[in-house]
Design a protein. Structure first.
Length: 94
């Protein structure tokens, strides 16, 4: 089965960079946990894009949500089947 390409929206990229920097400053023992967890999520979404549940958030119509359990962040994304792309939309702290 062909994998999907996972891409960050501008907003998601900005949020990821900001939150990763904050995480590194505030977590001396698990400095790169958030970055590692997002990286793991990207690999999973490339292989199984519907692994997350439907978000139901009206601000992100058609979005799905993946819970990043260790860092307690929510990763919102949408699946574009015609392009075989998963677009990461937003990263929010739960």
């Amino acid at each position: 089965m062909k994998r999907y390409q996972v891409v960050f929206s501008k907003k998601a990229r900005r949020q990821f960079e900001t939150e990763s920097a904050r995480w590194r400053e505030g977590h001396s023992k698990n400095t790169y946990l958030l970055e590692d967890e997002v990286g793991d999520a990207v690999r999973v979404l490339a292989a199984a894009p519907r692994v997350g549940g439907v978000s139901g958030d009206v601000r992100l119509p058609g979005a799905r949500r993946m819970v990043l359990e260790k860092s307690e962040f929510l990763l919102y994304y949408r699946v574009l089947d015609d392009k075989r792309v998963v677009e990461l939309l937003s990263l929010w702290y739960a």
